[in-house]
Design a protein around this ligand. Structure first.
Ligand code: BDR
Ligand code: CA
Length: 315
């Protein structure tokens, strides 16, 4: 078997972040160095509690957990309780798990982990606003060569936005952070709404997950039941898009996705289009590609993988 991939996971749970963590935390393919929480879907106090609860549900209390940035780099925090509920992971009950956060800040943890890594070794998975990752890059630019790749959920091109007509939530919340990440000159795999809106859950798929009948799958189904409501009401869809798990699904099974190398810039000036990701999908400029943009996915293959991985939990 291949050596496990060293990974840092940065997230803002969020029910879809939770499913991303469920897929990652029992995968033998990963050596998870730590999970960092960032403010996004809900404030940092809630996302930091949520990573503790989610690691506890998965019985992975050995993974170090960190709280990162409480605010975007230069803007006021915008949250999304209207999508994810008050706690961010509505659908499961909150409790105070035994596992605690490490004292070190999430940003310092990313810097320290990169310091100890070899060149081109560390994978960063980011499924919230990019504040923590960008601050680490800004504070220690000499460590950027240690990054093998950044696999992130964010952005929208053909699909249009989900928080404004032109912007996706994660990028809208901290466009300056996105700009820093896009400029890092390391491989970036970007899963925006163009592809995440193609992995909608459905009543059948949620029922199949519930049938798996272990703690983790039950928590996943309970959260999906909640998460589906917003999209069903707003877009008339049967289920909700599983945005964040696309990152982990890609690392586990890249052949599920179609990717294209593109140049991408983010809007940081206009209030109207703040956070819009201008992806040069048709190569109409001569700008060098700085990302791999996901534009299609095998939906059934994605859900099969999700179910297979949830079924591997023992509790
Ligand atoms: C992204 O924003 C959050 O609401 C989700 O967790 C996902 O990361 C989708 O726009
Ligand atoms: Ca998220």
């Amino acid at each position: 078997m291949r050596q496990a991939l060293p990974v840092i996971i940065d997230c803002d749970p969020g029910q879809d972040d939770a499913l991303m963590l469920f897929m990652a935390l029992n995968a033998p393919e990963f050596d998870i160095k730590g999970i960092t929480a960032v403010a996004g879907n809900v404030p940092l106090s809630a996302t930091a509690l949520n990573i503790r609860i989610l690691a506890d549900i998965c019985n992975r209390v050995d993974v170090p957990l960190f709280a990162g940035a409480a605010q975007p780099i230069s803007r006021k925090l915008v949250t999304a309780e209207y999508v994810h509920g008050k706690t961010g992971i509505d659908g499961v009950d909150l409790y105070e798990p035994e596992v605690k956060l490490q004292e070190q800040s999430g940003v310092d943890f990313i810097i320290q982990t990169l310091t100890q890594a070899a060149d081109n070794e560390m994978t960063i998975v980011a499924t919230g606003p990019l504040t923590n990752v960008a601050l680490a890059i800004k504070q220690a630019p000499e460590l950027v060569p240690k990054i093998k790749q950044i696999v992130l959920m964010g952005g929208a091109m053909f699909e249009g936005g989900n928080i404004t007509p032109s912007a996706e939530f994660n990028i809208y919340v901290d466009p300056e952070a996105c700009q820093i990440v896009l400029g890092c000159e390391r491989p970036i795999y970007m899963f925006g709404l163009d592809v995440t809106h193609k992995v909608m859950s459905s009543t059948d798929r949620v029922a199949a997950i519930r049938k798996i009948d272990n703690n983790v799958a039950r928590a996943a189904a309970d959260m999906l039941d909640f998460f589906d409501r917003y999209d069903a009401l707003k877009y008339g869809s049967e289920g909700a898009p599983l945005h964040d798990p696309c990152t982990i699904a890609f690392l586990l099974k890249p052949e599920l996705f179609k990717m294209k190398a593109c140049a991408c810039q983010v809007e940081t000036h206009s209030e109207l289009t703040r956070g819009h990701t201008a992806v040069d999908f048709w190569h109409v400029t001569d700008k060098e590609p700085n990302i791999h943009w996901a534009y299609d996915v095998d939906r059934e293959g994605f859900f099969d993988l999700l179910e297979q991985r949830l079924a591997l939990y023992e509790n």
